[in-house]
Design a protein around this ligand. Sequence first.
Ligand SMILES: C[S@@+](CC[C@H](N)C(=O)[O-])C[C@H]1O[C@@H](n2cnc3c(N)ncnc32)[C@H](O)[C@@H]1O
Length: 316
Amino acid sequence: MLRGGHKDGDFVGNAASGTATIATALREASGRLAAGSETPRLDAEVLLRHVLGVDRTGLFLRLPKPLATADRAAFDGLVAARLDGAPVAYLTGEREFMGLPFRVRPGVLVPRPETEVLVEWALARLRARPGARVLDVGTGSGAIALSLAAHAPAGWGGRAIGGDASAAALAIAAENRARLGMADRVALVRGDLASWCRGPLDLLLANLPYLRPEQVAANPALAAEPAAALLGGADGLDLIRRLVADAPRVLAPGGAIGLEIDPSQAEAVVGLVVAALPEAEVAVLRDLAGLARHVVAEGTRRDALQSESGDTVPRA
Ligand SMILES: C[S@@+](CC[C@H](N)C(=O)[O-])C[C@H]1O[C@@H](n2cnc3c(N)ncnc32)[C@H](O)[C@@H]1O
């Protein structure tokens, strides 16, 4: 259905002969999308760029030109699907995350910009801890594990694992891993949370499903994404609660944990983390909208506890 870019000679018709220009098609589509999208102009631009196979500059340069009939049909189809509730990223098959192109399709959550805050925090931990071993629980498209590995400091030398319970998500993560050339740095594992992992991990990251059923029901924009990537039980914390309880088992001495949350859960999740990792320093990170979006904790002190029992030599 979707076509690549065109040379000027490929366009049929022109404004004078009645064929709409690209600018007109864009304006009309933005108007239609306003009925179902909070970002109608942006959606229209991204979808039209996808049809034409051009970047943003290319689109603007073509605004006065006529839109070819086949491209018009393809564009109209995508606009209709968007109005039916399909996320733009499912329609184009791609979403940028941490400056990298991630393939997405139904069956996997579309990575969100707020999750980049967690990756930036994790990158700072990697800089402080060469050789760090990382687990991204609920990796989905692989957004966290793969972007972390791709942007890791030169001397990192560690490994990341992306784990997920969903085979469909892991298949997409594997495609993204191959596309980004990360096969030697990132392993993918199917399993429940971190239950299959013996550790020790220096960094445990998770953007797990954390929404309550009524939050999902009230937001039609979420309808196309997998329920298993969104729903976290009655209070949204079923999965986070289980993972945090397991964190002391898998975290290395001095390790760190970073969890994405719903802003309403900040206090509860801080409480869970403090209870599970009483020696760690806990903080709440805000997203670009200023909302409490991540609970992070570092400096777990299993080293002190374990060295007392003689099991583990503390890290320098
Ligand atoms: C909110 S999505 C996050 C995807 C990705 N990390 C991101 O930030 O874009 C949550 C992911 O957790 C996975 N998941 C749900 N329950 C799980 C479980 N019990 N164990 C492991 N992964 C699980 C889902 O399949 C989904 O891919």
